[in-house]
Design a protein around this ligand. Structure first.
Ligand code: FE2
Length: 279
């Protein structure tokens, strides 16, 4: 399916863009399922995060507890000073994470399609296992930006092995907050490592003090159904969404099962939910 040129480009640029990878039907099924998950989500479960005095701690606990389950995360701007949602719940969720690909049949089949397994093989990924899934809404008007980072920072393995599969479930444009990437930036040393801290929270270790050079940074405007494959050390980001249109995307991360996985990574799979590959 991949041409030699695409494979070379992945090595050279750290990403490839593959239009029309997912069909309208597959996308419709995933969107409907994400809608169901949000419908059945009780905001009271996590509203406390925005009203408690120790917001950072509550927010960490909600996030860290999502590694073996399916949780909804609100946009930062979702609540007013009175603790009530400013917009309907369905327009207030930033993302769903982080184990849908193993716990939900619709997400599992989207994530384990034969063509995706074949693509992973063509990229020469060794023993890929599906580590993390995120359904990202990038809501109209309040969709927050995601600052420049690489995924290895968050999903550390030794040696580094994370690969991101980012599916556009709607057209992604400059207006609604498409991805941006720095071609070739995956050859840069990784700037930070995110991990669990001994106090029960999370922390970033600074590894390199200088920011990433941004020369050549390019917007990745893509149409619905496009797959963008991102090398784990590629710096990328996405802008805020000030438009009237959402920018739904689904993001799946794999790692090499034979790489060492640190015990202080934020995501710690329970032995009762072992990581699985594309099969
Ligand atoms: Fe990322």
């Amino acid at each position: 399916m991949l041409t030699t040129e695409q494979r070379d480009r992945f090595q050279r640029d750290g990403y490839i863009v593959i239009p029309n990878f997912k069909s309208a039907d597959e996308i419709a099924r995933l969107r409907a399922r994400a809608g169901d998950i949000v419908d059945s989500f009780d905001p009271a479960e996590s509203r406390a995060i925005f009203t408690t005095r120790d917001q950072a701690k509550a927010s960490d606990a909600w996030f860290l507890g999502s590694d073996n389950t399916i949780r909804c995360f609100f946009e930062e701007e979702a609540f007013g000073p009175d603790g009530r949602l400013k917009q309907p719940k369905a327009l207030s969720i930033n993302k769903i994470g982080h184990a849908m690909h193993d716990l939900d049949p619709v997400f599992s089949s989207f994530s384990r399609s034969a063509d995706l397994a074949e693509l992973a093989g063509q990229l020469s990924l060794r023993n890929p296992v599906l580590l993390q899934s995120m359904y990202i809404f990038k809501q109209p008007h309040i969709g927050g930006e995601v600052t420049l980072h690489c995924d290895h920072t968050f999903l550390w393995t030794d040696p580094g092995s994370v690969v991101g599969f980012w599916f556009a479930l709607e057209d992604a444009t400059l207006e609604n907050g498409c991805l941006w990437a720095v071609p070739g930036g995956h050859h840069q040393p990784v700037r930070q490592r995110f991990r669990r801290a001994p106090d029960g929270g999370t922390t970033f270790d600074a590894l390199v003090d200088t920011p990433y050079p941004l020369d050549g940074e390019a917007p990745l405007e893509v149409s619905k159904g496009t797959l963008i494959v991102l090398h784990g050390t590629l710096p990328h980001r996405s802008g805020p969404n000030h438009s009237d249109h959402s920018r739904h995307a689904y993001s799946l991360h794999t790692i090499d099962a034979s790489a060492a996985y640190p015990s202080d990574n934020w995501l710690q799979r329970s032995p009762s939910l072992p990581l699985r590959g594309f099969e």
